[in-house]
Structure formats: structure tokens, C-alpha cells
Ligand binder design. Structure first.
Ligand code: TRP
Length: 372
């Protein structure tokens, strides 16, 4: 097995060892005691039960504060480099669950600036347009209009800039170089950027003029930004933002992360049913070389992208997902049938999502934060 892997906000390669990441990054695993505690506030989300959200920083502190009557604000975001794909929805669906359970306010950042700076081929017009398109997917998930603000960086810069400046003043070039792997050829916008991603974590504290705890649900690949933000927070008189991390959503080709740069292995929320079915029918599975062989020795759900899709998102019933896994292992279900089951689920989900996504256009303006 090749155990080399890289995980930064801009690159995920190799087979990720999630336990090792917890050690490398110095986060904490969400253990049974914490799960038990969370279950007191509301039914555990399948993403928690199944360990897709598996790591955290100070989530227990967030709950301590909440218990004392100090509510927290949620913050997550999206780099609008293109259409939203199903992998992005994982974090957002879970954020919506947290909003519902804890009645929390949410800031959702759209980093059109980031995707412009880090992507040679995208113009600012592209990424701004992407921000508005992606916002429709966010709204379609049903966030509470009264408690949710979508923050498009280039359009809310008046609000973000003073906070970003305070952060930037405390972060040296040598830190960003070490944390993000920058070098002398990195453009200076990229070097500054982490202070923009830090800013919404402190936005509520600035608005309310007293400190408000902030919880950031995010992919573990984003942790680097918030390590920096957490280091500077006390220097600026803020609470350190807390984090809850999800594993990367797998690609249909079997690798660890679904990526927009591999359109055939990625399901976009705007894909029509035919396209979705085709992508799933071509997916990498844990099947054997022949039907006879598979009937005899079974399939390997642990490496199968089709099974992972069911497990991560599309089969919320634990008994049903276990049953599927067992039948696969015993050679009682073949890949063709399994793919069809998943394709039906995904198509049903997307038809509904696409309808809500169109409806969301009416509410878009109300969800956007605007500079004063
Ligand atoms: N950098 C993230 C991306 O590329 C977008 C983002 C901004 C974000 N703020 C965030 C993600 C907070 C999670 C939490 O997708």
C-alpha cells in the first residue's frame, strides 16, 4: 500500500489516513463519549454515527458554553470554482442539521477572491458568477432565512477587510509558507488570503461587540486556515474558533476526493438524470473480475465508490446500509444492480434539489449579506 498522501486546502492526493491526520494536525477524534453528549441535544445525524464527521477542535467547549446559555454562531464556506458537486453538500447538510438542533446563526462565505487567486484560468467574473450559482445550492438545502447570511467576499469586503487586516498583521510570511507550502513564486494575494478566510470566524463578535463562540464545520482539508486563525485569535482578543471536520467525499473513480477537475467522476448538482446515470454506471466498484467469481467470493464494499455513496449520503437507514454491505460481501448482489439502486436514489434526490434550487432564485437577495 502506498501511504504517502498530501492534504492541503488546494490539493488532496494519495490514500488519506484519517487517523494519522488527527495526529499530524493535532485535532481530536469525535469519540463515543462526545457522540453520547451530542445525542442529548438531538438525534445523532448519520454523518456523525458513521464517522464521516470524525474530528474536532474544542467542540466540547462550544457545548459547555451553550449549556451555560451562551449560543454560538456557525461558519462555513465554499470556493466557487465551478458547479457545486455532491461532495460539497456533505458539509452543508451537516451545517443545516447543527443550525436546526442548536438554533444557531450561520455565516456562509463564498470565496470568489480565493478561487480567482489560486486558479490561473478563472476570471473574477467567473468566480463571482460561481458564487451566486453555488448560493442557490446552499439555499436549496433549507437554511433558515432569518438566521443565515451568505457572504460573498468581493461584495462584502468593506465588512471583512478590517477584521482580515487585524489577522494579517499577526501572520508572518514564514508561517503561511510553512502551513500552506508557499514559495517565492506564490502571488501575494494568495499569501494574504488566509486572513480573509479567518475573518467570518470573528464577524459575529465584531457585529455584537462582544465575543461570540464560533463553530466551523468543514472538510479536514481546510484545517490549515483555521490553525492559523486559532493561533491569532487570542492575540486579537477573540475566542478561538472551534471546528468539526468531515472526511473528503470519495470520487466515483475510487480515489479519496471528489474533484471538479475530474468531471466524469464527479456528480454535479446541476447534472441531468441521464448524465448522473451514466457516471454511476461507469463508477469504480469493489466487484470481482467476473460475475461467477463475484458470486463465489463476493465484492469489496470497503473500496467501492458506489457503496461509499450510499454510506456517506444516500442510505440514511443503518440497517439497510449494513444489509447492503453484507449482501455485497456474500456475493448476493452484483455491481450492475447496486449501481442502479444508487442511480435511482441520486436522481430522485437531484430532481428535488434542482426544483428547490430554481425556487431559491427568488430568495437569493434576502440571503446575501451586504456591506453597509
Ligand atoms: N476555502 C474553501 C474552499 O475552497 C471555502 C471556505 C471559505 C470554507 N471559508 C470556509 C470552507 C469555512 C469551510 C469553512 O472550498
Amino acid at each position: 500500500m502506498n501511504n504517502e498522501f498530501t492534504i492541503t486546502p488546494w490539493e488532496v492526493t494519495g490514500e488519506i489516513d484519517y487517523d494519522l491526520l488527527v495526529e499530524r494536525f493535532g485535532t481530536r477524534k469525535i469519540d463515543d463519549a462526545l457522540l453520547d453528549r451530542i445525542s442529548k441535544y438531538g438525534e445523532l445525524h448519520p454523518l456523525l454515527r458513521r464517522g464521516v464527521f470524525y474530528s474536532h477542535r474544542d467542540f466540547d467547549w462550544i457545548l459547555d458554553m451553550y449549556d451555560k446559555g451562551q449560543p454560538f454562531v456557525l461558519y462555513t464556506g465554499r470556493g466557487p470554482s465551478g458547479h457545486t458537486h455532491i461532495g460539497h453538500l456533505i458539509t452543508w447538510i451537516f451545517t443545516k442539521y447543527l443550525q436546526d438542533v442548536f438554533g444557531a446563526k450561520l455565516y456562509f462565505q463564498m470565496t470568489d477572491d480565493e478561487k480567482f487567486l489560486f486558479n490561473e484560468n478563472l476570471t473574477l467574473e467567473d468566480t463571482l458568477k460561481g458564487a451566486y450559482e453555488n448560493a442557490l445550492d446552499v439555499i436549496a438545502l433549507g437554511f433558515d432565512l432569518k438566521k443565515t447570511k451568505i457572504v460573498v467576499d468581493t461584495e462584502c469586503i468593506h465588512t471583512l477587510y478590517p477584521i482580515a487586516l487585524k489577522v494579517a498583521k499577526r501572520v508572518t510570511f514564514s508561517t503561511t509558507r510553512a502551513v500552506f507550502g508557499f514559495d517565492n513564486s506564490t502571488n501575494i494575494g494568495s499569501i494574504f488570503y488566509t486572513s480573509i478566510q479567518a475573518a467570518p470566524a470573528f464577524l459575529e463578535s465584531e457585529m455584537e461587540k462582544h465575543n461570540v463562540p464560533c463553530l466551523i464545520p468543514c472538510g479536514i482539508d481546510q484545517d490549515a486556515h483555521f490553525r492559523v486563525a486559532r493561533d491569532v485569535a487570542p492575540l486579537l482578543g477573540y475566542y478561538k474558533p472551534a471546528l468539526i471536520h468531515n472526511k473528503m467525499f470519495p470520487s466515483l473513480m475510487g480515489s479519496d476526493k471528489m474533484s471538479s477537475s475530474q468531471p466524469g467522476a464527479t456528480i454535479f448538482t446541476t447534472d441531468p438524470p441521464k448524465v448522473v446515470r451514466k457516471k454511476i454506471m461507469n463508477a469504480f466498484t469493489g466487484g470481482a473480475v467476473s460475475v461467477e467469481e463475484q458470486k463465489k467470493s463476493g465484492g469489496k464494499p470497503e473500496v467501492c465508490s458506489v457503496f461509499k455513496y450510499q454510506y456517506y449520503l444516500f442510505e440514511p437507514d443503518d440497517a439497510a446500509v449494513n444489509d447492503l454491505q453484507e449482501r455485497c460481501r456474500r456475493g448476493q448482489i452484483m455491481c450492475g444492480e447496486c449501481k442502479k439502486l444508487l442511480a435511482d436514489r441520486v436522481v430522485t434526490f437531484l430532481e428535488e434539489h434542482q426544483r428547490k434550487r430554481e425556487e431559491a432564485r427568488i430568495h437569493l437577495e434576502e440571503f446575501l449579506m451586504r456591506d453597509p
